[in-house]
Ligand binder design. Structure first.
Ligand SMILES: Nc1ncnc2c1ncn2[C@@H]1O[C@H](COP(=O)(O)OP(=O)(O)OP(=O)(O)O)[C@@H](O)[C@H]1O
Ligand SMILES: [Mg+2]
Length: 231
């Protein structure tokens, strides 16, 4: 029996100001596997993640997460499906600086409908697991690496089947970059989720099971020839 891939992108097209940014993008990612997308600045990597999050409506094509096509959902169903299936690690963490890490992580669970004790319990366990001081310190006073690990905890708190990360190590120094990258790429095996990472950093991308470059609107798997007619 073939398992449903966690993420299936088919013939995805999206243009900005008449310029095709995504011009027939295909990507399949099964549970427990990781993929990295690299490519020059401005080629549409963040746009691709936003399409997978359903924050951008593509012009044509399909984006299936856990088997359901986001492009056919109304906004309410889309928001629910995203909440139930996807976790996102943003480049700058996007945490609330005045809250403690445990409050930041628990908040994501509370917004998804978890009970208070459950939300705080899960947040506390995740942060301990990821080595982040959870309480007493406002998030603003954490190191860059600790903040980024707290952002990973927040993305994981609702147990997503698909984890997305946009330049998750972009603002970190060498040692923290290694630690956060090691952590992220350990998650598919530990949690069974699929992981899609966009990064400029070759040493981060090298950890992925599948490697792609986004160039001229096409996602090309490393080692594969570019076949423009084969979309
Ligand atoms: N909402 C928008 N309105 C107009 N142009 C946009 C919008 N969003 C993105 N763009 C343009 O689309 C292109 C791709 O942007 P995107 O952020 O996806 O690139 P990227 O590959 O993530 O780049 P970087 O590596 O610098 O993060 C850029 O030229 C950007 O200016
Ligand atoms: Mg980007």
């Amino acid at each position: 029996m073939q398992l449903t891939p966690v993420l299936e992108v088919r013939a995805l097209r999206y243009s900005v100001a008449g310029r095709p940014l995504l011009d027939g993008v295909n990507l399949t990612l099964p549970a427990g596997r990781s993929a990295a997308v690299t490519g020059p600045s401005g080629t549409g990597k963040s746009t691709l993640l936003n399409c997978v999050l359903g924050l951008i409506r593509c012009e044509s094509g399909e984006v299936r997460v856990s088997g359901a096509d986001l492009t056919r959902m109304n906004p309410r169903r889309l928001a629910r499906h995203r909440r139930d299936t996807v976790g996102m690690v943003f480049q700058f963490g996007e945490l609330l600086p005045e809250l403690t890490p445990v409050e930041n992580v628990a908040l994501a669970a509370l917004l998804a409908g978890a009970k208070r004790s459950e939300a705080f319990g899960r947040a506390q366990r995740l942060l301990t697991d990821l080595g982040v001081p959870a309480e007493d310190t406002p998030t603003a006073e954490l190191s860059g690496g600790e903040r980024q690990r707290a952002a990973v905890a927040r993305a994981l708190v609702n147990r997503p089947t698909l984890l997305l990360a946009d330049e998750p190590t972009g603002s970190l120094d060498g040692q923290n970059r290694e630690a956060v990258a090691d952590l992220l790429f350990s998650l598919p095996e530990r949690w069974g989720c699929a992981l899609l990472v966009v990064t400029h950093d070759e040493s981060v991308a090298a950890r992925a099971d599948l490697r792609f470059s986004l160039h001229d609107g096409l996602l090309v798997e490393h080692g594969e020839p570019v076949l423009r007619g084969a979309r």
